[in-house]
Design a protein around this ligand. Sequence first.
Ligand code: ADP
Ligand code: MG
Length: 697
Amino acid sequence: MDQHAPRARRLPDPDVSVDTLPGVGPKVAQRLARLGLRTVRDVSDHLPRAFLDWSEAGGFDQVLAGTEATVRCTIERIGVRPTRRRNLKLVQASVRDDNGSRVTAVWFNQQWLVDQLPPGTRVLLHGRLEGGFGPPTFRVERHERDTEDAGLHTLGLVPVYPASEDVSTAKLREVTEAALRIARHWPDALPAGVRDAEGLPLRTDALLLAHRPERVEDAERARERLAFEELLVLLVGLVRRRRGAEEGARAHTLDAEDGALVAALRASLPFELTPEQEGAIDAIRADLAGEAPMQRLLQGDVGSGKTVVALYALLRAVEAGHQGALMAPTETLAEQHFLTVEPLAREVGVAAVLLTSSLGARALGEARDRVGSGEAQLVVGTHALIQEAVAFRSLAVAVVDEQHRFGVEQRRAITGPAGGRAPHVLHMTATPIPRTLAQVVYGDLAVTEIARPPRNRRPVVTRWVTHERSAEAYRRLRRHLEEGRQAYVVCPLVSESEAVEARAASEEAERLRHAELSGFRIGCLHGQLPAAERRETMDAFKRRELDVLVATTVIEVGVDVPNATIMIVQEADRFGLAQLHQLRGRVGRGAEQSYCLLVSRPRDELTENAQRRLQALVDTSDGFRLAEVDLELRGEGELLGTRQSGLPELRFARLTRDRRLVERARAWAERLAPDDESPLTAAADRLFADADHRGLA
Ligand code: ADP
Ligand code: MG
């Protein structure tokens, strides 16, 4: 060997295939792949789901009926016992502990154990002793052969892995063992300075502890260490991405002081802005004064008053001689926004146009010309249209409403045309999530919250009734109408198609006209109506020429009629939690007490999940709290937007549990992101390169 030319030390690659591990051939590799374990890193990151302590194993006489216990014993007889149920095979064994106590042990559907555990085998059983009539039986949940060389499987705390039918937890233990031996040589992405300051162990030590702890608490702390690094890498990547975008792009810098239009807007409002709204405005004002394009997320529950804040930002653009655009995810919402914005704009002398594809070619062409010439100062439209088909003369501020409905890709596309100035962008969402989570999900955006609605607001009273009492619900609704108030009836969610849903809504409107709501003026709103008709209906409802709006979920967002004080949601159990909360936000927009009546099938026909959703809505009207419940019910993976936001999958972090970790990681990320040389930023850049590569981010 040539000592003067040492081979360049190759960094061990965590992403090599599992079949490089001893004991893993093609067949096992295939089975592991079905568990999502393809690389050695996948295996080392697959943490145990529980731990068993065989050292506590004793005899049957110490076991109380009904409790879980671990027992050391010997198999005396074993066999499959037929049962009456065809898909149930019972393995039954007579076992004897070291004190000579005999018990019948049973396993369900594991016939092969008869061969694996012949009479005479020493075993450790973990399970539950079931009393009742006759001799007690021990229902086995886990077992291990108690052999001399079984150390890995029986000594100390034994990890139990999320296993599958064809990969046993024992096999996973062996494979993990092998992976951990390699993982020792992997680099630590966490800089030593951070590790010291946070008092954290080395990554390899944490991995080992997470898999092979001496105490269960150690495993949880090790998981947190791994989660912290994971979050840090992710957040550094997000911060770098944001700064990268800021670097290239230049926006119009607007005055640090509000001008005449904003003053006129304030004067024309029939209310004072809340401190929360003022706070959001302050943050936006500061952003607009900078040359870096604003990328701010405004979170606020339905009805919290985001529209005025949006209008503020738009008018700032107009004041400075530029244009502002307000984009909505649907035509209905765009039209609705236009109805709100246009009169206010007119009052302060600003020309606004509506841009939606249903305008018709002529009108659309004209609108586009006005946008191109700059004559239209304020543009309201659907996102797609504004983004694709329009050349603004000078777009300085863009507001994206209900931004969670757009993917990251779309969100980024608004960053503006190549060359020229990029617009400042304000993203708004009415599906608030806790701030710490928002930092992860929307890590590349600055976040502002409107955490409280205007004070004159009273929480909507929500009731949950079943079908048989829906007559009562309609009686109550009629009472509101008789007092001059207005109402919504939301039709059941039909999954087949929008056309079917639209038809169902029209039929329901027709039915109600002749039944529960006869004598009242009823309009129907759904996504299949021609735009003009939809606008007319909305307008008529706003002008109080209609008493009731029977609608599909097209009214979910944006519709703003403070005189509407009651809503009935039919078959409410079919809707998601967030969706129901959004729908409910259509009432309770004025000073009057409002009501939301959720009608469902009888309780015992509902899934537990559906019951908890409806109950949560009855219990609270706090959107942040509901977002948490939603998260619990749907699981982390479904966390609103995480998937479509294109974030890499989190292996260790549990967003609901790890808030503090997120905060700490966030603080470090801001400090560490600029360092182009550190392994941390390299890891972060790699992470996003991978995500981009997969077409996600
Ligand atoms: P969202 O955040 O859901 O978009 P909106 O902006 O539509 O909420 O506001 C809901 C209602 O509250 C509107 O009727 C609006 O005029 C009213 N509103 C907004 N700000 C205030 C305020 N500061 N005081 C009283 N009412 C307000
Ligand atoms: Mg809104």
